[in-house]
Write a protein that binds this ligand. Structure first.
Ligand SMILES: *Cc1c(COP(=O)(O)O)cnc(C)c1O
Length: 356
C-alpha cells in the first residue's frame, strides 16, 4: 500500500504531475527544449519574486548549495547555522577549500540580525549563507530583519537555503536582497527529487567572474553563461523529465494563486502547532516556527518508530527527529499540495493510535 508522505521531502506528488515525468523525450538542443526552459524560468521568477536569472541544475538542492559557496566566495564565507542543513553548508565549504567560519546557535534558536551584524561588521567576509527554513528543527529564520542588516554590506554575496520552504511561504528574493536563493523540487514545490533551482543576481555573476577555481559541473557562472549564449539550454544533458513535470506543476501552483497557496500552508501549520502544543510541546523558538514543517518535543517518550509503523499500516508516514534529535523529537511536514483536511485525517489517526 502506498503511504501518504508527511515527511519533509520527498513529498506526495500529484498523480498528474508524476505522469508528466513520462513525457516522451525531446532533443536537449532543440528549440522545444529552449522553450521549455524559458517557460520554467519565467514562472519560477514569479514564485521567487525575482527579476534575476534562474538556473536549473540536475542535482538536488545540495548541488547548488555547494556550487554557490564555491563559485562566489573570493575572500571568506560566513556560514550561519541553526541546525543540520546550516552545518552542511560549512562542510561543503571545507570540502572545497573555501575559507569559511561557522556561526552556529543552539538548535531550535534562530540566526538573529544582531549576530549577522556582529559577524559582517568585522569586514572579513564577502559571502554569507543563511538557512531560511531549517528542516531539522522546524524553524524559519527572520529573513526580513536579516535583510536590513545584509543591505549595509553590499560586498557580501547573500546565499539563502530555501530548500524546504520555497513555494510554501512567501520569500521575496529581490526585496530581501538575496543574491542566490536555492531550492529543490521534492519539498514545498511538490515534485519528485532530482532537480535543483536557484536565482542568481548580477552581483553574484560579477563575483563568480573573479573566482578562479569554481569547479566544473556545479560552476554557477558556467551555467549562467551557457543559458545566455545558448537560448536557455544547459551545458550537459538535463533531466528533461523533471522539466516537463515542473513546467506543468508551476502552472498548477500559479493557478492556485501564490497567496492562496501560502495561506493554505499557514492554516496547516497553525493546526499542527495547536495540536503539538497541547500534547507534546514544540521544539523551535515560538517566535520563529516554520510554516512547512513542525518539530515536536517527544515529551511523552513515545516510540516514534512504532507510531510510524502503525501509521504505515493505515497509509501514512511521518518523520522521526533528524540526526541527533532522533527519538527526542519527531516531525510532521505540511508542505506542497497536501490539504488541511488531509492533515486533520493524519492527526486523527495519531490521536487514535496514541489514545490522546
Ligand atoms: C532537504 C534540505 C536540503 C538538502 O536538499 P537536497 O535536495 O536533499 O539536496 C538542504 N537544506 C534544507 C533546509 C533542506 O530541507
Amino acid at each position: 500500500m502506498h503511504k501518504k508522505l508527511f515527511i519533509p521531502g520527498p513529498v506526495e506528488v500529484r498523480q498528474e504531475v508524476l505522469e508528466k515525468m513520462a513525457t516522451p523525450m525531446i532533443g536537449h538542443r532543440s528549440k522545444n527544449a529552449s522553450d521549455l526552459q524559458h517557460r520554467i524560468s519565467d514562472k519560477i521568477r514569479q514564485v521567487f519574486y525575482t527579476q534575476e536569472e534562474i538556473l536549473l541544475s540536475t542535482s538536488s538542492g545540495s548541488g547548488l548549495m555547494e556550487g554557490a559557496v564555491r563559485s562566489c566566495t573570493l575572500k571568506r564565507a560566513a556560514v550561519f547555522s541553526v541546525g543540520a542543513f546550516g552545518k552542511r553548508w560549512f562542510e561543503m565549504a571545507q570540502a572545497n577549500n573555501v575559507p569559511a567560519d561557522l556561526f552556529e546557535v543552539d538548535w531550535g534558536q534562530a540566526t538573529t540580525p544582531q549576530l549577522v551584524e556582529e559577524v559582517l561588521s568585522t569586514g572579513k567576509y564577502d559571502l554569507m549563507t543563511i538557512t531560511h527554513n531549517e528542516t531539522s528543527t522546524g524553524l524559519m529564520n527572520p529573513v526580513e530583519e536579516i535583510a536590513d542588516v545584509a543591505k549595509k554590506y553590499p560586498e557580501v554575496v547573500y546565499c539563502l537555503d530555501a530548500v524546504s520552504s520555497m513555494g510554501g511561504t512567501k520569500i521575496q528574493v529581490d526585496q530581501l536582497g538575496v543574491d542566490i536563493c536555492i531550492t529543490s523540487t521534492q519539498k514545498a514545490l511538490g515534485l519528485p527529487p532530482g532537480l535543483a533551482i536557484c536565482s542568481m543576481s548580477a552581483k553574484a555573476v560579477e563575483r563568480a567572474g573573479q573566482v578562479p577555481n569554481r569547479g566544473y559541473y556545479l560552476d554557477l557562472l558556467a551555467l549562467y553563461d551557457y543559458i545566455q549564449k545558448k537560448d536557455y539550454q544547459y551545458p550537459s544533458t538535463p533531466s528533461l523529465s523533471h522539466m516537463f513535470a515542473l513546467d506543468y506543476q508551476l502552472d498548477l501552483i500559479l493557478k492556485e494563486g501564490l497567496d492562496n497557496r501560502f495561506r493554505r500552508h499557514q492554516e496547516m501549520a497553525d493546526y499542527v502547532r495547536d495540536w503539538g502544543r497541547r500534547h507534546f510541546g514544540l521544539f523551535a523558538d515560538e517566535r520563529y516556527l516554520s510554516n512547512t514543517v513542525t518539530t515536536f518535543n517527544n515529551s511523552r517518550g513515545i516510540d516514534v518508530a512504532a507510531l510510524n509503523q502503525e501509521l504505515g499500516r493505515r497509509g501514512f508516514q511521518i518523520s522521526n527527529g533528524y540526526g541527533k534529535l532522533k527519538d527526542q523529537t519527531f516531525r510532521i511536514a505540511h508542505m506542497a499540495d497536501c490539504t488541511l483536511e488531509e492533515v486533520k485525517e493524519l492527526i486523527a489517526h495519531i490521536d487514535d493510535i496514541l489514545k490522546l
